[in-house]
Unconditional design. Structure first.
Length: 133
């Protein structure tokens, strides 16, 4: 199980041989493994148009793979396509988002006496000036 979860480049030669043997013995597992690697590439596109083409190709392959769980997963993931494609334009990783959430949590803790939400959101906007509108 752990061999399947790790990236192939992080495996030592002995583990790589075991993974190859496992994938040769189970064709549906090989298909799912290759589809996983192809889906991972979606997060590295810098242009939404190319990412959309790659997604459409991956979705078509997933639905035609003959693996019901993979086709079901693809349909569930389709609902999040907008967010996945926006990753091309806004390259935020989870550490940045966690930092933003933590700052908002601190503002919320200090905001115990604020009487309206408008002022609270004003404080959040002042903490993250970003691009002026």
């Amino acid at each position: 199980r752990w061999l399947l979860l790790r990236n192939r480049k992080n495996l030592d030669p002995c583990q790589s041989v075991k993974l190859d043997e496992l994938l040769q013995a189970n064709q549906p597992l090989l298909t799912a493994y290759l589809m996983r690697d192809e889906l991972k590439q979606l997060w590295f596109y810098q242009h939404p148009g190319y990412a959309r083409q790659a997604w459409d190709h991956w979705l078509q392959q997933a639905q035609g793979s003959g693996i019901a769980a993979l086709a079901h997963f693809a349909l569930k993931l389709k609902a999040y396509l907008h967010g996945i494609l926006s990753r091309c334009r806004h390259r935020l990783n989870t550490s940045i988002v966690e930092g933003i959430n933590n700052t908002i949590k601190v503002i919320k803790r200090r905001a115990y006496g604020y009487r309206d939400q408008e002022y609270f959101f004003l404080k959040i906007r002042s903490a993250f000036p970003g691009i002026p509108r």
